[in-house]
Ligand binder design. Structure first.
Ligand SMILES: C[S@@+](CC[C@H](N)C(=O)[O-])C[C@H]1O[C@@H](n2cnc3c(N)ncnc32)[C@H](O)[C@@H]1O
Length: 394
């Protein structure tokens, strides 16, 4: 509704110009019959000399343009009205989202969430992966000048944030004795559904740089991926410690690995990856699931009063996604893994931004956890794919 939208953009504008609290804004998507100037715009406060400016980065296709605007600039207000479908404003204590429906109605959502503000104009300083690192150029994330390609910004951030979780989780697992390191045995990592191996190479390079002796294997169905990835490994002269295979996850004969990772392995390939990790005694799993079709198609009879939710198609789909991941996490728990589900990257970088993180402790959970799991399956009349791939000690 136009009035609400005007009120919402006025509030958004005020949030952006409150320099005490503003963290960043992202404008993306396109409203029906409208053509905003860029595909995506990011705005954040930066300190340049002694003055704070609003740094605006416009991303379109393969190009990006950065402009520093004065605080309070009317350009920001105009941009919010220029046809973007999603406007996200983050401040230190809340996130406000304005979304346009296909009918053109504006919906406003506000949720409390803690963020920290950075006025550093050179964000590269806090990065784990230096954009000019040769491996990022080789895999095609950076250009010849060592800048992240605009079309690869989201993938770069997904990989970087994935590593930001891998690093301390591995450190804790080593310190608490769940993963043992000795000079003769490298830490082994398998990346399932590695595709172009952005994450596989990143994990390899990052862990080598933090003085771990490692062995990394990337698996993908596609032979072209394997050929491309081994050629990159050879150019980087790391073929001794990184290997690629073209095979199905469910058919691989790789015997074991300390760490199992997967970033958006399609649908039930995620279940294959988790099952492989459980059946091969992986100690640490970081799995960011992709699309979920398995349970979506199984949910036919909805237990009441859940139809209150499932009568809305989009909510039924999201509930199916949540059930899938919640049951994956529950199965891991029943198999002796300490498990949690976290957001590994902001949802503006991928809508598939959940990660299942699991560390093998071997502890058997309370009996009621097994009962809860069985009750869920009975209630929804479903059989999760993962339950068919592992032997749950019920
Ligand atoms: C969405 S892509 C993600 C690629 C990569 N992990 C990334 O984040 O850029 C999913 C990849 O999983 C691979 N894949 C799907 N099912 C698979 C299976 N059963 N076994 C091995 N690879 C599979 C596909 O070939 C594809 O390259």
């Amino acid at each position: 509704m136009p009035i609400e939208f005007e009120e919402a953009t006025a509030e958004a504008f005020a949030l952006i110009n409150n320099l005490e609290t503003f963290v960043r804004a992202v404008l993306s998507g396109r409203r029906r019959n409208m053509m905003p100037e860029a595909e995506k715009i990011e705005i954040r406060p930066v300190k340049l000399k002694d003055e704070i400016k609003l740094q605006m980065i416009e991303l379109s296709g393969t190009s990006s343009k950065t402009v520093n605007l004065d605080v309070g600039s009317e350009i920001v207000k105009k941009l919010m009205n220029s046809g973007f479908a999603n406007i996200l404003i983050e401040s230190v204590s809340q996130s406000m989202t304005i979304r346009f429906t296909k009918k053109g109605d504006a919906q406003v959502f506000v949720e409390q969430s803690k963020k920290s503000q950075s006025l550093d104009h050179d964000k590269h300083k806090s990065r784990l992966l230096d954009p000019s690192d040769s491996f990022l150029r080789e895999v095609g994330i950076s250009d010849a000048q060592g800048r992240i390609k605009p079309t690869k910004q989201d993938k770069y951030l997904q990989v970087e944030e994935f590593l930001r979780i891998l690093a301390p989780t591995l450190k804790n697992a080593i310190e608490s004795g769940h993963i043992s390191v000795d000079d003769d045995k490298p830490i082994s990592i398998v990346d399932h559904g590695c595709g172009n191996a952005y994450l596989t190479f990143a994990a390899h390079q990052y862990l080598i740089s933090t003085h771990h002796k490692i062995k990394v294997i990337g698996i993908d169905l596609r032979e072209q991926s394997r050929i491309r990835n081994i050629a990159i490994a050879s150019r980087l002269e790391i073929s001794d410690s990184i290997e690629f295979r073209a095979e199905k996850i469910s058919e691989t004969d790789i015997p074991a690995a300390d760490i199992t990772i997967a970033l958006h392995a399609c649908d039930t390939a995620t279940d294959d990856a988790i099952a492989w990790a459980i059946n091969n005694n992986s100690k640490l799993l970081l799995i960011a699931p992709c699309c979920h079709h398995d349970l979506q198609t199984q949910i036919r009879e909805v237990p009441e009063p859940w139809s209150t939710i499932t009568k809305h198609g989009i909510l039924k789909e999201r509930l199916g996604d949540m059930l899938t991941d919640a049951l994956r996490a529950q199965i891991l728990r029943l198999m002796g893994y300490r498990t949690e589900i976290i957001e590994f990257v902001g949802d503006e970088h991928t809508p598939r931004n959940l990660m299942i993180r699991a560390v093998k402790t071997g502890a058997r959970p309370e009996q009621n956890e097994f009962e809860r799991y069985q009750e869920m399956l009975k209630l929804w009349k479903i059989v999760p794919k993962l339950s068919e791939l592992v032997q749950i000690p019920l």
